[in-house]
Structure formats: C-alpha cells, structure tokens
Write a new protein. Structure first.
Length: 370
C-alpha cells in the first residue's frame, strides 16, 4: 500500500472518487431503465469521477479512460485487472462496479458510503411513510406484513399483488406497497414470458448471450434454482432496486433466523417497535440483533462506525449478525469486520457474530435454562 502522506495534495481522495463513480453509475442505470430516451450529458458524478480518475492515472503513469463510455467499460472489469491502482479504497480485487450492464452490490455499497445516494433517500422516505401510517393506526403487524411481503415476493404479478393487498394487515398500506414495485424491465421479458428465481422469488435476467438466465439478486440463497414463469400479460412487477438492496438482501437472513429461533421454542419478534432493531429474541432479558448483508466487511465497518444501531436499555445483549451468504463468500468476514470496527468486538455493548454463531448462542442459552 502506498503512503498517502507522501501523495501530492492535488490527488483525489480515492474513497470519494469511487463513491462518485458508483453513484454516477447508478444514476446512469436509472436513466437507462426509465421510459425516457437517454440524452447527453451523462450524470455529473460520472464526469467528475472520470476527471479524478484521469488525474490519478496520470500520477501513476497508467492509461486513463478516454471518455465516459470508456469509464463504463472499465467499470465492467474486476478491480484486480485495472491498470490504475486504488490501494486506499475498501474494495476486493474480484469485485466490479458493473456486471452485464447492471450495477453490482459492490457498486451500491460504495455509492451509499457518501450518504446521499438517491435510492437510499427514496427508500428511507417510503419506509418512513409506512412506519408513520402504521404507527398512527397502532398497527405494528401491518409494518411487519409490509416488510415480509417485500422480502418474500420481490417479483409479483398484478393478480397476486391484489390478492396480498386484500389481507387486513396489508390493506392499510396498499398505496405504499404499490409504490414499492415497478413494472419489470424490458430485458426481463423473452418470448412473452417473465422468468423468476426459485431461490428468492426475484427476477432472472439474461446474460450477454440472451440464452443464459441468472438471478438478479447477488444475495440470493439459491441463485441457480429456476422459479415460476409468468406471461407478460399477467403484469409482472419488480421491487425497486434500493428496496432489494436495503430490505430484501438482509431480509433473507432475518426471516431465516426468526424461523430457526421459533423452531427452538423461543419467542422472537421481527422489526419490533417499528424497526428499533431487526430481531428481538426471548421475552425475559431479551437479546436484540441488527442483521447485515453487506458484501464487503470493511465497507460495513465504515457504516457501523458512523451509524451503529441504538440498543434498548432493557436489552441484555445486542448483536450485529452477518448472514450466511456473506460468510460463505468471505470466511473471515466477522474477523475482518471486528478488526475494522472496534465498536463490535467481543466485550462491547454490540458484538458482531455470524448467523450460525448467533443461533448457537441462542441454543446454548435455551439449554442452560432448561
């Protein structure tokens, strides 16, 4: 790693550069997916990122992208293949910002570190509206039902959506539920059919050859499993991107953990007190948990240092729980997270653990109290 103290003052800050590039890519992807015909100029964040990357390349004696188009092509490459090195950035060499023309999970995480990603703002606005309406009606079950629907049905037909909204818990939030879903993108339709994934009930999208279909959710528990196919005439809809990232991705683990805890005969609540935490376990001396599905543990550490969840005073223990998909991809995930974020090391008020370790701790308490 280079010594940043020896770098010229005019060199761009690498994390900011990557955050602007990631944000620009997501803005461009949103424009490309809209019904409007794309026209120049490109999003300002892309041009700013190109300018800064050009400065960095010049300093390193490496070739720089000649245009925004070249920058987008570079974004398809794994960071390990870039001739411009980014030693001060929290990236893995096997990550890229674009895959098959779509922003990756790494791109979304890098963009969100700036704290002003449009998608995050929209997500927060919608979730606040849902919480406010459910709280005003004293209907916590409606809030839970809303989140469960989004996690279990990221892709849904119009008929099924109408059926779900006829349920009492969801009827209160029918407008917000409809706002959460967009029509499926054109690339998800082939031969008049929309394909879903059996692992997460989201969409499968085609690769470059238009014959190979893959799950669009990088956090899917079983991405190689084909799901149901729906005729486009059924009006299939897809959860908005930012909700897939910030609600569905950790939601896989949240529901799975809740089911496993309930199977032990232990009381468990999902998103209690309108999302004070993700899980509350045990009625007496309860434990609380915040479940995370970030791809990169160091990027998550940055977020936690800025925004660690507030632990209720009455909670006996508190945890940051890392889903099994993330631990499988990075076997040392929890160790790297603890190293980068001292606030979640053992002995602290909040401790980072894996999904498997959390369930072992719950079971150990159950056995000790039996």
């Amino acid at each position: 790693m280079t010594d940043s103290s020896l770098s010229p003052s005019w060199l761009p800050d690498q994390p900011v550069l990557l955050a602007q590039l990631a944000t620009g890519i997501m803005e461009y992807a949103q424009l490309a997916a809209s019904d409007q015909d794309f026209s120049l100029p490109y999003p300002a964040n892309l041009q700013l990122a190109l300018n800064k990357l050009t400065l960095l390349a010049w300093h390193q004696g490496a070739p720089a992208p000649a245009s925004v188009v070249g920058l987008l092509q570079l974004a398809e490459e794994q960071f390990g293949k870039w001739t411009i090195i980014l030693p001060d950035s929290d990236i893995d060499l096997d990550e890229s910002l674009l895959a098959y023309g779509r922003p990756t999970r790494a791109c979304e995480e890098l963009g969100s570190l700036r704290g002003d990603v449009e998608g995050e703002i929209r997500e927060n606005a919608l979730m606040r509206a849902v919480m406010d309406k459910a709280r005003s009606a004293d209907a916590p079950h409606s809030y839970v039902a809303f989140r469960e629907l989004l996690i279990r049905r990221p892709a849904i037909t119009e008929l099924e959506l109408d059926t779900q909204l006829s349920k009492p818990d969801l009827a209160l939030l029918s407008a917000e539920v409809r706002e959460a879903y967009d029509p499926v993108p054109p690339e998800a339709v082939a031969d008049g059919v929309v394909r879903t994934c059996g692992g997460c009930d989201g969409l499968r999208l085609p690769l470059d050859d238009d014959r190979t279909w893959v799950c669009a959710d990088e956090s899917c528990p079983a991405p190689g499993t084909p799901g149901a196919e729906h005729a486009v005439s059924e009006g299939a809809r897809w959860l908005r991107r930012e909700l897939r990232t910030f609600v569905v991705a950790p939601g896989h683990a949240e529901l799975r953990i809740a089911d496993a805890v309930a199977a032990m005969g232990v009381p468990v609540a999902l998103w209690p007190d309108f999302d004070a935490c993700d899980l509350s376990v045990f009625d007496d001396r309860h434990w609380v948990a915040d479940v995370k599905a970030w791809r990169n543990p160091v990027r998550l550490a940055h977020r936690l240092r800025d925004r660690l969840f507030a632990v209720p005073a009455e909670a006996e223990k508190a945890f940051i729980v890392i889903g099994r998909e993330q631990v499988k991809a990075h076997p040392r995930y929890v160790a790297r997270l603890r190293k980068a974020c001292p606030q979640v090391r053992p002995g602290q008020r909040v401790v980072a653990v894996s999904e498997a370790e959390f369930l072992r701790l719950v079971r150990a308490r159950v056995e000790a109290e039996a």
